[in-house]
Each structure stands twice: as C-alpha cells, then as structure tokens.
Design a binder for this molecule. Structure first.
Ligand code: SF4
Length: 324
C-alpha cells in the first residue's frame, strides 16, 4: 500500500479510536512556512471544545482572534489590525463570513459610513495538546525522516511527535531517530496499532530551535519563542478543525466508489487510490463520469467531534441591516 492509503487508513483509525480532531498535511514550522509539512495532526480537545463547535465548522482566521475586535463595543475594522489594510479587510470579511465577527447593529450609517465590527463570542479555549505524526510505511526507504524528526523535536511546536510505520521496527531503527519520538506500528489492512515506544512530551512553552537549511559546512537555524509558537499552534489547530483529513475530491471516474469512512476506492484496481496522483488522464483504465455521490462532510460530522453547519452564535440583526 502506498503512503496515501496508509495515511488515510491511519486517519480513519484515529478518528474511530480517539475524540481528537484529525487532519492531514499541515505546515509544521514557524519561521519558514512550507519547510515542513506534517502528515497527520491530532488536536486534543480543550475545556471549551463544544463552544468552538457552535461558532462555525470552518477555520477561524487567527489574525481575527489576535485583532483588537472584542465582544463589547464595536470598533472600526481598520483600527483593529496591526497589518496592511488590504489584509485587514480580507480577514474582516473572512471572520464575518464564518460568523466570528458581526457588523454593528444599526448598520454603517451610525458611524458616518464606516463599518464597525465586534466579535460574536469570546474565542474559546478549545484545544489542548497537538500531536504530529510522520508516516513512513516502509522504514527501508527512510528518505529525510531522521532530519524531519530532529527538526520537530528541537522546534517543539507540537506536544508530541510520533513516527507511524508498517515495517517491523528494529533496535537499529529506534537508535536512528530522536529518543523523544514515539513509534507506532500500524497495519492499514486490519487497523491494528501497536505502540512500540511512547513519545516524550515536548515543551512548546519554551523557546525552540527551527532548522532552516543545512549545507555541508553550515546549518542555519532560528530561535522561536513561546509566544510565537502559541500563535502558530492556534493556526495549526484552526486549520485542522476546518480541514480535517478528507481533504480530497473523489475521482470523477465510473470505477470510483468510496469506503464506508469516505476513502476514495477504485473498483477496477481493488484498492484505495490517491485521486490527485493515481486518477485522471494518466490512468489507462479511467472512465470519466460524475464522482461518487458521497457527502464527505456528513461522514466527518457523524464520525468525529466536528460539527457540520452549526447554527452559529451571531446575534439576530432583526432586519436592521435593511436600513443601511
Ligand atoms: S481513474 Fe483509474 S485509478 Fe482512478 S478510479 Fe478510475 S480506474 Fe481507478
């Protein structure tokens, strides 16, 4: 089974066996975004998780959370951000569209044509620990694995780092990876998971070291303090909440179906497929058709703590907007 199938099987297993939010393919660095994409992220629920589910099923922009827009008095949107006005406008519109901001009752006229906004609710304390999981089904072809795991441990953006593999794990394998990294052996066919080694909890609340570049005679690093990490952790958690792990379109092919948990399955080849890599013009067996009619969001709602289409928390405008 290739890495994509392994990854989806692991995500489905974690969704069924934990009450964490499970997501795939999220950035795991601070200074150089994109330098490290984490295969699977687990977001453990915090004390106010239910409050988060009531706001929106989408990602809340973290710049809106960090802005001076509060729950009490409405503020002029432009004054509430410490960034370029174009970006501030984008974030304001985004926060309005997901129901985290609302316009001042009474409309624009009340403030001389300026748009005033407030939060619909306090931003809840909805997540606790974050776990990064690196998938390497075959430890015989480790690629850049060791460097990636060392980066994760020294930066400590996540509370725990896990290596998941299908291979038999030898002592030599364990010796090559940082001792703080936990190791799971996972069978994607049966869904059995064996904990080979427990992870050591890292310290996101202290300064970490991010590896930026490594050349034969020099290594570039950046120090990342706890406040910056906290901001990025919130961004990771929000992205995970909005995105989940079924972040693919099912193949537009007559041979495509979906497994009961929503993984893309090819009846012609008899396996889970990666729609982005396996399907389309490059597949000799492809038969263009409508994609399978499967509601992936409904499956996520049914099988995880994420709530689709919540009513939202914005106060009713009682038609005042029509006086604008
Ligand atoms: S495009 Fe190919 S791999 Fe994808 S579902 Fe169709 S036959 Fe299967």
């Amino acid at each position: 089974m290739h890495e994509f199938g392994f990854e989806l099987a692991l995500c489905s297993h974690l969704e069924a066996t934990t009450d964490s939010v499970v997501a795939r393919q999220l950035g795991g660095t601070v200074v150089a975004p994109g330098n490290r994409i984490v295969d699977v992220v687990l977001v453990e629920q915090g004390p106010e998780f239910d409050a988060r589910t009531r706001i929106t099923d989408q990602r809340i922009p973290t710049l809106a959370v960090e802005s001076d827009v509060g729950v009490g008095s409405a503020v002029y949107w432009k004054d509430a951000f410490d960034c370029h006005p174009e970006r501030a406008r984008e974030v304001t519109d985004w926060a309005l569209s997901v129901g985290f901001f609302e316009r001042e009752r009474g409309g624009r006229g009340r403030h001389g044509g300026r748009e005033y906004v407030r939060r619909t609710t306090r931003y809840p304390d909805w997540f606790s620990s974050l776990t990064a999981i690196e998938n390497k089904p075959d430890l015989g072809t480790p690629g850049d694995l060791e460097r990636q795991l060392r980066t994760d441990v020294s930066l400590a953006l996540f509370d725990e780092v896990i290596l998941a593999t299908e291979s038999y794990v030898t002592r030599a394998h364990l010796n090559r990876i940082p001792e703080q990294v936990g190791v799971w052996r996972f069978d994607p066919e049966t869904g059995e998971r064996e904990v080979v080694r427990e992870p050591t909890t890292l310290t996101p609340e202290s300064t970490g070291v991010e590896l930026l570049d490594r050349q034969p005679l020099r290594t570039d690093v950046a120090f990342v303090d706890a406040a910056e990490k906290a901001r990025v952790r919130r961004r990771v958690a929000e992205k995970a909440y909005g995105k989940g792990w079924r972040s693919y379109d099912l193949p537009a092919c007559a041979h495509a179906t979906a497994t009961a948990d929503g993984r893309p399955y090819c009846e012609h080849f008899g396996c889970v497929v990666d729609p982005g890599a396996d399907c389309g013009a490059s597949c000799t067996a492809a038969e263009p058709s409508d994609p399978p009619a499967v509601d992936l969001a409904a499956l996520r709602d049914e099988r995880s703590p994420w709530v689709a289409n919540p009513a939202g928390v914005a106060r009713r405008q009682v038609g005042l907007d029509r006086f604008r």
